[in-house]
Design a protein around this ligand. Sequence first.
Ligand code: ASP
Ligand code: MG
Length: 384
Amino acid sequence: MSIVVQKYGGSSVASPDKIRLVAKRIVETKKQGHDVVVVVSAMGSTTDELLKNANAVSNAPSRRELDMLLSCGERASMALLSMAVINLGYEAISFTGSQAGVMTNDRHSDASIIEVRPVRVQDELSRGKVVIVAGFQGVSYKREITTLGRGGSDTTAVALAAALSAEYCEICSDVDGVYTADPRVVSAAQLLDGLSHEEMIESAAHGAKVLHAEAVEFARLSGIALYARATTGSGRGTRIDNAATAGSFVVSSLSPVCMVATDSRFAKSVFEELSSLQAEVLFAISSDATRIFCCLKDSPNPSQLQSDISKIENVEFMGDLAAVSVTSVGSGKAPHAMSELLALAEPEAVATMMTPNRRTVVSPLAQASILAEKMHSLMLGSKH
Ligand code: ASP
Ligand code: MG
C-alpha cells in the first residue's frame, strides 16, 4: 500500500477543536486507501512559552535541559491527535521521535538527523494503524533526547517520508501554498502550482518562509515530492518536486541584513573575525579587486552584532538593510532581463548580486517592500 506522510504545523493543532478537524482530515486520507503517517508540531505558541519559562528560571539554560523541555510540546500534540483519531473509530498510535527511530547527532537544541530507522512505525502501519510522530525531535547515539532547531518538524516529516519511501509528503499549515512573493508585502502575488526543489531551497534560504530550507534539501536528495497545502479548504496547494518549472519565480526578502566593507588586503583577518562572531555570510563580492563587500544575515541580536563588528579593525559597517531576491532557475539564459532588473534596482541598491538562478538586491530596510513590489511586477511582465 502507498504511504503518505502528512505534517501539521502548530497553528493547525492550536486547540482541541482544531485537533479534531485534523483527525478528520487524516481519516479522509486513510479512507482513500493510503497508509498514513502524521508528523505534528507543538500546539500554537507552546514552544515559545516553554522557552520563555526556561529563560525565566535561568540566565543561560542548559541546551540538554532545553531539549528535554521543548520536546514535550510535540509530545502533547501527538497524544491528543492520536486520541482524536481513535475517537473517530480508527486505530492510531503516537510515537516520540526517539520511538520512531529518528537518530540525530548530539548537538543539543540544533541537532541534525543522521538516519531514520522507522521499524516501529512500519510494524504499526502493517497492523492498519495511523502512526502519529512528534516532529522536531530525535535521539542521539548517546541516547540523549535532542531537538532539531526552530521549525524542525518539516525536516522530521521529510526524513520519515524518505525512510518509508512514501509516495509524497504533505506540509499542511495555515498558508495555502507557495506564492510568487509574500502576499502581505506584494499584493499582486500569485499562488504557484509547482516549483522545483532547487528553486524552493534557494528562495527559502533567501527569506521565503513557507518551508524550511533544510527540509526541502532532504526532499531533493531523496527525490520526495512535497505539497505545501492549507489544512482546511480544498485548495490543491503547491507541488515541489525535481522537475524544473519553466519561467516560474519567487520574490523573497530577508531582513535585517548588514554589510561589511573592507580593503581586500585585510580580507583574511576580517573573515576570521566574522567567523568567530558566528556571523552568517549571505554573499561576498569583491569590486575592482581592492574592496570586499560582505552581506551578513543579521543575528538574533543585531545591536550586539553591530557593536562586535565595529570593534574589528579596517571595516566599514552598514546596518538596517534588507536583501530582496528573485529566484528563477535558469534566468542566466536571459541576460537582458538581468539588466532590466539592475536598472530598476539602481536607485535603491546598496549592492547587487547575480547568479544564474538568483538576483539579490541589498537596499535600505525602509525601501525593501517597494523594491519587492517593483521586482515582482517586472518579473510578472516578462513572463507574459
Ligand atoms: N515546535 C517547534 C517550533 O516551534 C518545531 C516546529 O514547529 O517545527 O520551532
Ligand atoms: Mg513550522
